[in-house]
Ligand binder design. Structure first.
Ligand code: CMX
Ligand code: CO
Length: 155
């Protein structure tokens, strides 16, 4: 068995919403959080805004990820239809998503992708099945090298 690589921080909390701009505005006016990055991820079927909350002691950062579905058959659209707005998933940051996912898989947890896919800001991501994680859809993330140190805004 390879050495297990534990996650070292909360990378983000993913929040599903019906109206991304209105939700961004709520976080801005209520807490003063500004948008660090926006993108559309067609593979995941989401339009998203990342709000950078704090740096972390491993040189990374923690975000709130606001998610609005781009199509009705996306996982987030399905989830919103069933649950309404709210916390959709938790994402742990790891230095090596492949190694962490392999270790978690060896522990009997279903990893949803054979190989990590592309997430926010060029990160590599995979997901663990919520039914194997006490009801929490859990994402594993390795930040792209240029954002791992916290990066700069303005994407
Ligand atoms: N949190 C907790 N439980 C969840 C869940 C979530 N976000 N989504 C689904 N579930 C539960 C459901 O409640 C359901 O439980 P019951 O059978 O007890 O009712 C069960 O899992 C199956 O749910 P479903 O509605 O039938 O949904 P699917 O099985 O089709 O999909 C999942 C579930 C996890 C496989 C799918 O959401 C997925 O592939 N997620 C990973 C990708 C993703 O979420 N992308 C969007 C975010 C992108 C990003 O973060 O960048
Ligand atoms: Co996420």
């Amino acid at each position: 068995m390879e050495k297990f690589v534990s996650p070292t921080r909360i990378d983000h909390i993913g929040i599903a919403c019906f109206d991304l701009d209105a939700t961004v505005e709520f976080y801005r006016t209520t807490y003063g959080f500004e948008v660090f990055h926006r993108e559309v991820n067609e593979e995941q079927g989401v339009r998203e805004a990342m709000l950078r909350i704090n740096g972390t002691d491993d040189g990374g950062a923690s975000y709130i990820q606001l998610l609005e579905p781009t199509r009705d058959d996306s996982t987030v659209a399905k989830w919103l239809a069933k649950n309404g707005e709210g916390v959709h998933h938790l994402a742990f940051g790891t230095a090596d998503v492949d190694a962490t996912a392999d270790g978690v898989r060896e522990r009997g947890v279903r990893v949803l992708y054979d190989e990590p896919r592309t997430g926010s800001m060029g990160s590599r991501i995979t997901f663990l099945h919520p039914k194997d994680c006490h009801g929490v859809l859990t994402e594993l993330v390795t930040a792209a090298p240029e954002t791992a140190g916290g990066g700069t805004a303005g994407h």
